[in-house]
Structure formats: C-alpha cells, structure tokens
Ligand binder design. Sequence first.
Ligand code: SF4
Length: 119
Amino acid sequence: MAGDRQELLDSFYHQHGPCCAGCDWWRSLNSMAGECHAGPMVAGVDRTAPLNIHGASRAIGAGHVMTLREHVCGAFKDEFDWASLPLGYRRRIGAPLTEKGRIALATTQGRETGGGVDG
Ligand code: SF4
C-alpha cells in the first residue's frame, strides 16, 4: 500500500511540477496530505492551519506543519536521483527518462536556476 501511495504521489509531482508531493522535505501521511520537515516543529494548533482545519475536535500534538500535496513554497527542493529508479517505474510516473530530459524539465520549471515558486 505504501508503494502504491508513493507511486501516486510521484506521478502527481511529475504531472504538476514543483509541489510538496515531489519535495525532499515532505513526508506523506496519505495520498493527499503530508508533513513539511523544512522547518521546526510547531504547536498542534498551527500544524493543520495550511489544510484549513481549525478547531479540530481531537487535540493534535506538536509536530511538523501539514500541507496538501499540490502546495509549493520557495523552499521546494528536489535533489532525488530519479534516474536511480527502474525504467518501468519512471515510465509509469512520467519522470524524465534521460538526464537531458531531466535538465530540460528542471529548467522549464525554474529548478536549475533557483527560481522557486511561492505559494
Ligand atoms: S514545497 Fe515547501 S511547504 Fe512543501 S514540503 Fe517543500 S519546503 Fe515544505
């Protein structure tokens, strides 16, 4: 199941471009949301604010901020070596199949130039 979730998130990232789903700082909680580990832990009441969850009936402990997979901020980082994955998997998720393709995609998305996207 975790493998299915990761494949779904990897596909989402390669179809949508820079977003939490493809960010090195992100740890998925399910196929839609996860935690951003780029910053320090915060109080429970602040963790779910980016999900527009306020006044939850169950107390949420301190931890990392939760975000939706499509969110992106200026700290986005993708240094993962996608070429290390099996070719069949890369085809399924829509990842560039060659280094040339990866550089072209990254340049188009502003990743090679450090041009982050704020959100
Ligand atoms: S894109 Fe920004 S908010 Fe999302 S996981 Fe990466 S650093 Fe965190």
